[in-house]
Unconditional design. Structure first.
Length: 755
């Protein structure tokens, strides 16, 4: 079928008509061929009419359309599964699914190459994506093994269709175990099958592996475990995990806690046996471990391989354990909580300090009928380094508790009492052994009765400006971020307890603008003591001076624990998590802090990634707010990795920080090894009307013969279009004709002596 039509310039016949009319009018008006014979006159006129005709055709652009039928090759797509689940050894004769699939592909190679000239073959491997492989005579170079971390059947089929748009598909042959294992598929399997049916393309499926009944399939998997722990030496650590048991009803399952040191030496710390009467259940397990030495260790929860398990890679999980040496342990006794913000923010400082651990004990004044409280066993057992006494009346604590606290300080521990309505003399401590422990003198007339109005004569009203009287570790807080001295930049205190003054051996370090002692230091036996008569440093945090607040309380605790003379600088590396799958994105931050916990300034960092084989790779980082930030992708090799950060200040080494993480071989592919033949059958059934169905590997040659003998209809209509003078060839011909006619006309006029 063919036909003509015109495409006038500007899609306007009127415009073309006006231009042609103007050219013809010029020919009629001029030139006047004087003295020419009629024959020569008509020759020149004809040449000019021919030029006008060519110009008119150029403006009208005549087009000839012709439709013909052509035979197009069809395409047969063969897709095979290369995900990790194909390693499960439950195919025919107990061989892995991958080996059975590979044998099928090798047997089909001659059949694929003999399909004929009208059918092309495209072979794809797929996991979470589809990748086309080059084939020669039906044979392809297969990957060494299945290593895909996810299986996304729907997305892979959709990608194949997108790559072959416009081609007639003779069919799609899908080899797989049928299990969709991906967190968020881009295209659902059923939707991909419906798209094939809409294109009249049959989906042929072949399943490898067995659909296993949970009651028959044995599998044990360690499912949950925190990826890192931090604990102080000789402190108990609770390690919680959960183990999924399948197909082992009423059978004992041993669960081991294994400790691995820096030299790789492994020790089984404890073994627990768990059982379940159910076919499938997740059981919680708790191990308790008390480390005796400091250092970095690796903890593993492992279930030894059980008889009948097809997959054992999910039988363990590991975590890092950082055991701190010399960590400070604090006991904080407080009588007020809700209406006392000071205790909240003081506890926050300790919570943010990795080298400190705090036990908080609220002694509720509403339960005075249960006073005095005896804490002797708790204090002896805890072996605390520093004691903090908040707003607690002396009558709340038994005489044995007060005497034991005094004995602990005498033996070298630290103690501080904070200001409050029932602290110091108001709390009656001048009548206890604390009159000798605390570094301040208290009036014997001071006493605040419960349920009575607060006695103002025992307190210094605010606002109180802090004045440093001694150049001391506790008064050296530096400046704020704007360079203003610390005690000048913070808000005034709202009040303080009034004391008679420091003891004979006490030293006033901070006082009010009127000379009232605020922070007094002293000693009792081998221990250090402090009296801080205020309780409103929380206002510093509210004013945006949390760095000074943290520095102040850390230095108090360090001084009480006799850590003020040790110059320590901490280089740290922080990771969002410590356990990754291969190739996962990793982000980390690193920095260097002074002893008070503030970031060191003017520090340069060099970051290196140490792989499990010991190889080192420099990492690129970006500067942040007092820290550096870096990112990388987890390696493909399973094992322990270390991010090493070396800090220098003025070309002098500050220290080295280490951030450890590990890449583990456990993912969706191996968490449930069961094949899904019913799932593949349901997909092929969607294309049943166009010939889709399920096949066994042995039936595939029959399928290929069927496709070869009955190829799909591949005759297609092809439309060709020719427009004058649209092609480059026609444009040149048109131009040469016009130039030739004009040149011939000029030559004749020259010859006839007209020019």
């Amino acid at each position: 079928m063919s036909y003509w039509y015109l495409q006038p310039l500007g899609e306007s016949y009127l415009l073309v008509g006006i231009l042609v009319f103007a050219l013809v009018a010029l020919l009629v008006l001029r030139p006047q061929f004087q003295g020419l014979t009629p024959k020569r006159h008509w020759i020149l006129t004809g040449l000019r009419f021919a030029v006008i005709l060519l110009i008119a055709l150029t403006l009208l652009r005549p087009t000839w359309v012709r439709t013909i039928k052509e035979t197009q090759k069809s395409l047969l797509v063969l897709m095979f599964d290369s995900s990790r689940s194909m390693t499960v050894p439950d195919a025919a004769d107990g061989i892995p699914r991958w080996e059975a699939q590979k044998q099928t592909l090798q047997r089909l190679a001659p059949e694929l190459s003999a399909l004929g000239d009208d059918i092309d073959v495209a072979i794809y491997q797929f996991d979470e994506n589809a990748t086309r492989l080059e084939s020669i005579n039906g044979q392809v170079q297969l990957p060494p093994g299945p290593d895909g971390r996810f299986t996304d059947i729907g997305t892979s089929i959709s990608q194949v269709m997108q790559q072959n748009i416009g081609k007639k598909l003779a069919g799609v042959i899908l080899l797989s175990d049928g299990a969709q294992r991906v967190y968020s598929p881009q295209v659902e399997m059923q939707q991909a099958a419906r798209d094939l049916a809409r294109l009249e393309t049959p989906l042929h499926t072949v399943t490898y592996g067995k659909a296993i009944d949970p009651s028959q399939a044995r599998d044990v998997a360690v499912e949950t475990l925190a990826d890192h722990y931090t604990v102080f030496v000789k402190n108990e650590l609770a390690i919680k995990t959960s183990v999924r048991i399948q197909g082992m009803a009423n059978l004992p399952v041993p669960v081991q806690l294994i400790l691995e040191d820096a030299q790789g030496q492994k020790t089984i710390v404890e073994t627990q046996e768990i059982t379940t009467p159910k076919v499938q259940e997740t059981v919680d397990v708790i191990f308790r471990y008390t480390p005796q030495t400091s250092g970095q260790f690796k903890l593993s929860i492992v279930v030894p391989d059980q008889d009948g398990e097809l997959v054992t890679k999910n039988n363990g999980l590991s975590a890092y354990l950082n055991v701190l040496e010399g960590g400070l342990k604090l006991l904080y006794l407080e009588g007020r909580t809700v209406d006392r913000p000071e205790q909240k923010w003081l506890r926050q400082v300790v919570a943010e300090s990795a080298d400190m651990e705090l036990d908080f004990r609220w002694i509720d004044r509403r339960r005075r009928d249960q006073w005095p409280v005896n804490l002797t066993e708790e204090i002896e057992k805890g072996k605390y380094d520093v004691f903090i006494i908040g707003d607690v009346d002396s009558s709340a604590l038994s005489p044995e508790t007060l005497e034991l606290l005094a004995k602990q300080v005498e033996d070298g521990k630290g103690l501080i009492m904070l200001g409050g309505f029932h602290s110091f003399g108001a709390g009656g401590y001048q009548a206890t052994i604390f009159q000798n422990v605390l570094p301040v003198e208290m009036s014997r007339f001071d006493r605040q009765d419960f349920d009575a109005p607060i006695r103002t004569d025992m307190h210094v009203p605010g606002p109180i400006t802090i004045v440093a009287t001694e150049n001391h570790f506790l008064s050296s807080l530096g400046t704020d971020s704007e360079g203003v001295p610390a005690f000048t930049s913070v808000p005034a205190l709202s009040g303080a307890n009034k004391v008679t003054g420091p003891t004979r051996r006490g030293m006033t370090i901070l006082e009010s603008q009127s000379g009232q002692p605020l922070l007094v230091a002293g000693e009792y036996g081998l221990g250090r003591t402090l009296a801080f008569t205020a309780d409103s440093t929380w206002r510093w945090v509210m004013a945006g001076k949390s760095d000074i607040h943290k520095r102040f309380w850390r230095q108090i605790i360090l001084w009480l624990a006799k850590k003020d003379g040790i110059e320590t600088r901490d280089v740290w590396v922080q990771l969002g998590q410590r356990r990754y799958v291969p190739g996962a994105p990793i982000q980390f931050t690193a920095g260097a802090n002074s002893q008070s916990g503030d970031p060191l300034r003017g520090v340069t960092f060099e970051s290196t990634l140490i792989a499990p084989d010991g190889s080192r790779t420099l990492l690129r980082t970006l500067p942040g707010d007092g820290v550096i930030e870096g990112s990388l992708d987890a390696g493909q090799a399973v094992g322990d990795y270390t991010i090493e950060v070396v800090a220098k200040q003025n070309d002098a080494a500050v220290g080295t920080g280490l951030g450890r993480f590990f890449v583990y071989d456990q993912d969706l592919e191996l968490s449930d090894p069961s094949a899904r033949p019913s799932q593949l059958a349901a997909l092929s059934a969607i294309t049943q009307e166009v010939g889709g169905r399920t096949w066994t590997p042995e039936e595939l040659p029959q399928l290929l013969d069927q496709i070869k003998n009955r190829p799909p209809e591949t005759e297609v209509e092809v439309q060709t279009k020719w427009t004058w003078p649209e092609s480059s060839r026609d444009s040149w011909i048109n131009l040469l004709l016009i130039i030739g006619l004009l040149g011939w006309e000029w030559y004749l006029r020259k010859r006839w002596s007209m020019v």
